[in-house]
Design a protein around this ligand. Sequence first.
Ligand SMILES: NC(=O)c1ccc[n+]([C@@H]2O[C@H](COP(=O)([O-])OP(=O)(O)OC[C@H]3O[C@@H](n4cnc5c(N)ncnc54)[C@H](O)[C@@H]3O)[C@@H](O)[C@H]2O)c1
Length: 218
Amino acid sequence: MDIAGAAALVTGGASGLGLATVRELHRMGASVAIVDLPSSDGADIAAELGERAVFAPADVTSEDAVSGALDAAQRLGNLRVAVNCAGISTANKTVGKNGAFPLADFTRVVTVNLIGTFNVIRLAAERMSALQPLGEERGVIVNTASVAAFEGQIAGGLLGLEGRHRRHDVVDRARPRGSADQGGDHRARSVQHSPFRHAARGGRRLARSAGPAPFAAR
Ligand SMILES: NC(=O)c1ccc[n+]([C@@H]2O[C@H](COP(=O)([O-])OP(=O)(O)OC[C@H]3O[C@@H](n4cnc5c(N)ncnc54)[C@H](O)[C@@H]3O)[C@@H](O)[C@H]2O)c1
């Protein structure tokens, strides 16, 4: 994917992994829509980056808000890149010193991290499906998981999402609108990304955090 000149949308873009990704994409010449909660520092970051950056406040769990953020991203250019970094975490055990994991907390994490990520994937892929392919693909969607997924934590649901999208290429051989496409593999690609350098393999637990900057550069 040629990033220079493309429009990109980054959720959770006002902090941590998302902010590092915003900075890296902007440095590489993309126009970037920073999607984060209205209470975040997104407006200040967009002002600091200046040209080719906009703050698009949105809760990723809201269909209307994410659609509005995608509109803002598309005003910057053709949306070719969407990166999901918005997320929250809990450190609760299923049963801890204070009793069972509060169901409301579990529900909130699943709603933001899993349903919010899927909400952005589906709406961004829909926009990308209307673009003409650039080389082999119309766009790229990158999702953030965690090594915690391999340890039975909530992020495991995100790996399930990735399995779905890897198999189906998100937009499965969708044709460019209005074209007499000859059946080429014009896809939107979805990539799952853990900020940790190594996945757990063969029972070994490898959990060294790469940190925001290496995450963004990968
Ligand atoms: N930092 C790491 O090493 C690491 C490791 C594994 C997994 N993760 C996961 O990656 C995600 C991002 O991590 P981070 O360290 O950058 O966290 P962070 O807290 O620095 O950034 C998350 C951003 O998401 C935003 N956000 C939260 N809920 C939102 C919502 N509903 N709608 C829109 N934006 C929302 C927050 O305002 C914040 O700006 C988290 O889910 C985290 O659990 C991070």
